[in-house]
Design a protein around this ligand. Structure first.
Ligand code: HPA
Length: 246
């Protein structure tokens, strides 16, 4: 593969130590600024564009991310496939803290975000099929790369996207569970839908960084989340690099 692949990093994945940044491209978009310049990177044997979703220094909360600019810019530079990394809370037992999950479904509870390229403003209107929101091909690439490294993944699951930036109430998490969600995060949407609207293949690799609200006796703290990120994010990078070089 090549720089036609992009990785969008989430909480805990802003930098790639040991990577060579070949270029940082600022792309003008009709939607405003991307979260950061697109970094054309080489990491091990892999070459890809990297975009830190929350911006350099993690300055953008989930509802302020310019998802449209990000996805538009990636398409502009020729990206065809996007691997998104999402830190999430675990809801079902199989998605315990530290697990890596490759979801196959989404429920969107976010609101008030610019969520479509087809808002009628430029005369384009379409209703894209989103029944299977993630690319099965990219999901299979992740699962195959993991199998080669004997890395255990949760091979499917439903991602619930909440608005944030606050975490959920315990009752909200019980509702998400009844709705069929396995993990909960704040940034999966509208990113996945926008990628579909522009015809980009898109898959997510989720790192479970805490039990969702009310599922443990302990409060959720950023310090505890950071510990899980510190121990889990290297596996995420290794898996992505292996997948991209695949
Ligand atoms: N809820 C929503 N988003 C998250 C969580 C959570 O528990 N953990 C990490 N991102």
């Amino acid at each position: 593969m090549s720089e036609a692949v992009a990785i969008i990093g989430g909480t805990g994945l802003c930098d790639w130590d040991g990577a060579e940044v070949l270029a940082a491209r600022v792309v003008d978009t009709p939607y405003g600024e991307t979260s950061a310049p697109l970094r054309d990177m080489r990491y091990g044997g892999s070459r890809f564009y990297f975009l830190p979703r929350h911006g350099d220094g993690h300055r953008l909360p989930p509802h302020k991310i310019n998802y449209r600019a990000n996805i538009w810019a990636l398409q502009q530079v020729g990206v065809k496939a996007v691997f998104a990394v999402n830190a999430v809370g675990g809801i079902t037992a199989r998605c315990g803290t530290g697990a890596l999950v490759v979801p196959d479904q989404i429920i969107d509870y976010s609101w008030g975000r610019e969520h479509t390229f087809f808002d009628g403003n430029d005369g384009r209107l379409d209703h894209v099929d989103f029944g299977s929101p993630y690319s099965d091909d990219l999901r299979a690439q992740l699962l195959n790369a993991a199998a080669k490294q004997a890395m255990v993944l949760v091979e499917d699951g439903c991602y619930a996207c909440t608005q944030g930036p606050r975490l959920e109430t315990a009752a909200e998490v019980q509702k998400l569970l009844r709705d069929g969600a396995d993990v909960v995060g704040m940034t999966g949407m509208p990113e996945a839908a926008l990628a579909r609207e522009l015809g980009l293949d898109y898959a997510s690799l989720c790192l479970v960084v805490n039990p969702a609200a009310g599922l443990s006796d302990e409060p959720i703290t950023m310090a505890d989340i950071q510990k899980v990120i510190d121990s889990g994010m290297q596996s995420v990078k290794n898996l992505l690099a292996a997948t991209v070089s695949g």
